[in-house]
Ligand binder design. Sequence first.
Ligand code: AMP
Ligand code: MG
Length: 350
Amino acid sequence: MLTRILKTDKHNPSRRVLEEAASVLKSGGLVAFPTETVYGLGADAFNEEAVLKIFKAKKRPPDNPVIVHISNVDMLKEVSTSVPKRVERLIEDLWPGPLTIVVPRSQKVPAVVSAGLETVAVRMPAHNVALGLIKHFGSPIAAPSANLSGRPSPTNARDVYEDLNGVIDMIIDAGETFIGVESTVIHVTESKSVILRPGPIPIETLRKYLSDIEVHPSILTGNFQGTPASPGMKYRHYAPKAEMVVVEGVYDRVSEKIVETALEYLKSGLKVGCIVSEETARKLPSSVMIEVLAPRNRLDLVAKRLFSALRNMDRRNPDIIIAEGFPEEGIGMAIQNRLRKAAGYRILKA
Ligand code: AMP
Ligand code: MG
């Protein structure tokens, strides 16, 4: 299959591009498009066959559901049978934005979208290309991240191309995404509210709306018992090819430990890669391959560069990757979750 790439402006997307992409969706095809978080791989959410193509293109396990993207609140009522009263203010204040809400699924949404679950995950993206595409298409778009299953999520069109060229119809290239990590996923019922995936909307913000909100226990440890609350939890994600370890603790000790560990690996003849803050990068010897994230105090930039740092490091082919851990505040919880998953929960305590 020939994958067409259409370039457009991220703030003012061209009508022609949106119309062409919408027509691909109408004929049951797949279009990768930018959102404020990462690039998504979209299909008509009401077309079972089209949604099945997403799973095939990504090699995504069939039991991992995808998120339905909408451009107005009426679409929410179309895809869900009931929306808990207590998420109304959250929706009003935070949509469009990087918050996905799991709600009861309506019969209109084919079961494959939710991997057979009775619920469906929904969000309204804050990106003019994504919103414009849904509006032109006129109906909800099912879209997981536009990467091969297990790889880091794509934050630009080149990353999408690298994973999916030849297996999808179109990529809308509108440059880098704004945030860099995937949306926060929450499940809210009348009696309980749980974060299933930490993301750009941090628990500190969610608490103002849902005083009982909890972080699902598997999020930072990778341990869970029985059926996972969100199927995505059980898969190793974002994984680079090389073994990776995350170094965590108080910063001074963390940077010392990273330097010390890097030197040990170098001595044993390994090619060592480090994914670290600017501060730590300055302390490392030049024989180490370095991907610099950002200054320690700019967690927003760390998030933005995280996935491309993982992909870049992969391209450089190290034998072992040492990554720096960050504080779990704000978007830091999402960063830590992605790093730990990428490392298969191999953590070095400094
Ligand atoms: P992705 O779009 O690739 O970022 O993946 C979507 C994430 O949302 C995965 O972690 C899914 O497991 C999760 N998800 C989607 N639908 C549901 C649902 N109905 N219930 C719980 N988690 C969901
Ligand atoms: Mg994904």
